[in-house]
Design a binder for this molecule. Structure first.
Ligand code: SAM
Length: 280
């Protein structure tokens, strides 16, 4: 007999009671209980039996089950030791799932999953940004990211230059991908219900870099420096940063033809690239 669908209030409560589990707030544990959300996330990942998918934080296996039903090979990394035996049980019918215990931020991802892969997760909200930066900056072979995050974070990621929420996370994500909000999810779709609305982001890796760069490392250094002091004019935020000095900063801004009185949140990807390429 196939395992029953985990994504329901009654099955989730039954599992939590059976294993005497109380969701840990500090690990961002909000378990999905809406099967239509699981289906929509799995569909957004566009999985085939030939795919490999990395899931971060499988919890009790709710989304994992939806991903595994596609026939794809699933590697799921869960930090909470208590959930490992639970997953062994709830996912027993899926030989295509491998569960690993550990902190995703400490793991050597190419060792976990070889070749191109997709990454799909209902992310633990307390470490959304570090996880995204880790995946983006390590030059990993991911092709598509499908993440449930706080709605406010999703909006920050897709926002255009000029908005107050536009920041280093938006620039970085938009450099690597074309992020889109696929749909929003209310707190009532989880046990326990979080205090915030959630949204599912779909980010397909760009085939080609959207801007020409002399050095990716310098580009991200400049972006980090520019946003290091929010709401400051560029010539101040840049020169307050690490080893960048006044005369260097003025020369770069001039060479890039960017007004130093502007603020970082008004710069487009193309302007950040011009500025980074002006750095010697
Ligand atoms: N995927 C499940 C679902 O949709 O119901 C659970 C999602 S819950 C929002 C986030 C999960 O991430 C929890 O199971 C939590 O224990 C796990 N987690 C938290 N920090 C982690 C980390 N650093 N590495 C791996 N998993 C982590």
């Amino acid at each position: 007999m196939k395992t029953s669908i985990i994504a329901s209030p009654s099955v989730t409560r039954h599992i939590l009671t059976k294993y005497k589990l109380i969701a840990k707030k500090k690990l961002g544990q909000n378990f999905l209980i809406d099967p239509s959300v699981v289906e929509k996330i799995a569909a957004a990942a566009e999985l085939t039996p030939n795919d490999r998918v990395l899931e971060i934080g499988p919890g009790i296996g709710t989304l994992t089950q939806g991903l595994a039903e596609s026939g794809a090979e699933v590697v799921a990394v869960e930090l909470d030791q208590r959930l490992i035996p639970v997953l062994g049980n709830t996912l027993a019918d899926y030989p295509n799932v491998k569960v690993m215990q550990g902190d995703i931020l400490e793991m050597d991802i190419p060792k976990l999953i070889s070749g191109p892969f997709k990454c799909c997760a209902n992310l633990p909200y307390y470490i959304t940004t570090p996880i995204i930066f880790a995946l983006l900056e390590q030059n990993l072979a991911w092709e598509r990211l499908v993440f449930m995050v706080q709605k406010e974070v999703a909006e920050r990621i897709v926002t255009e230059p000029g908005g107050k929420d536009y920041g280093a996370l938006s620039v970085t994500m938009q450099y690597y991908t074309e992020p889109q909000i696929a749909f929003t999810v209310p707190p009532s779709s989880f046990i326990p219900a979080p205090n915030v609305e959630s949204a599912v982001l779909v980010c397909k890796k760009r085939e080609k870099s959207p801007v020409e760069l002399k050095s990716l490392e310098i580009f991200f250094k400049v972006v980090e420096a520019a946003f290091s002091v929010r709401r400051k004019m560029l010539h101040n935020s840049l020169k307050n940063y690490e080893k960048f000095n006044d005369s260097q900063v003025e020369a770069w801004l001039e060479r890039a033809d960017i007004d130093g009185n502007r603020r970082a949140e008004t710069l487009s990807l193309e302007e950040f690239a011009r500025l980074a390429n002006a750095v010697e």
